[in-house]
Design a protein around this ligand. Sequence first.
Ligand SMILES: N[C@H](CCC[C@H](N)C(=O)O)C(=O)O
Length: 246
Amino acid sequence: MTYTKYSASGNDFVIFHSFIKKDYSQEAIKLCNRTEGIGADGLIVLVPHEKYDFEWLFYNSDGSHAAMCGNGTRACAHYAYTNGLASSKMQFLTGAGVIESTVEENIVETQLTKPVILKEEFEQEGFTWYIVDTGVPHLVTIVEDLEKYDHNLASKMRYEHNANVNFAKIQDGKVYVRTYERGVEGETLACGTGMAACFLRANSLGLVGNIAKVYPKSKEELTLTKKDETLYFKGAVKKVFTTSIN
Ligand SMILES: N[C@H](CCC[C@H](N)C(=O)O)C(=O)O
């Protein structure tokens, strides 16, 4: 079987395509394992679809299924285009609905699903939070210093609210994000739907405009745009290597 490793701003994925739509959660655990597998935050499998360019199956590295993954859609679109599975502008089905992505060389832009606020502002553990679904659920708190990010606190909040946990700092109209990812059970170098959640929160508070540069832990630059209540997520992706494993 041939697998391709992608990095999307440091959020990394193993990707392959198959005619067989089944549960690949055990493969996700094996392939994402960073000591005995290829190593990645998630597994993406492209399978045929009668209406859209393809359907995707997304798994976190612990084998759990997630409806959506912003960085994963950018890597997946680049994979589909460069493997002749779709044109540069494509539509594919995810667990969160139909996603439209556009590939221009190594830059990919994804139109995210319509955000839904799940819980308005509330105080907990000394922070002010809100919860929004940007394809998957995200807790967001805005802090003055990203060193306030705390793994144990993030883990507690993740399990209590069954959501990813984001700490965001806003400076000069730019958004800086650290994310504890559900299903990876730790901080990742980037989380696309998390960056979108932080951008949306900052925009709703008037701290950033409708277009903003967003920087995750990897410090790679991404752009989030809000146009007619729709979010667009744009940035570079990198095909790291392709390998065959029997
Ligand atoms: N860990 C997330 C899914 C991946 C989201 C993230 N990698 C992104 O780029 O949006 C969850 O289980 O909700």
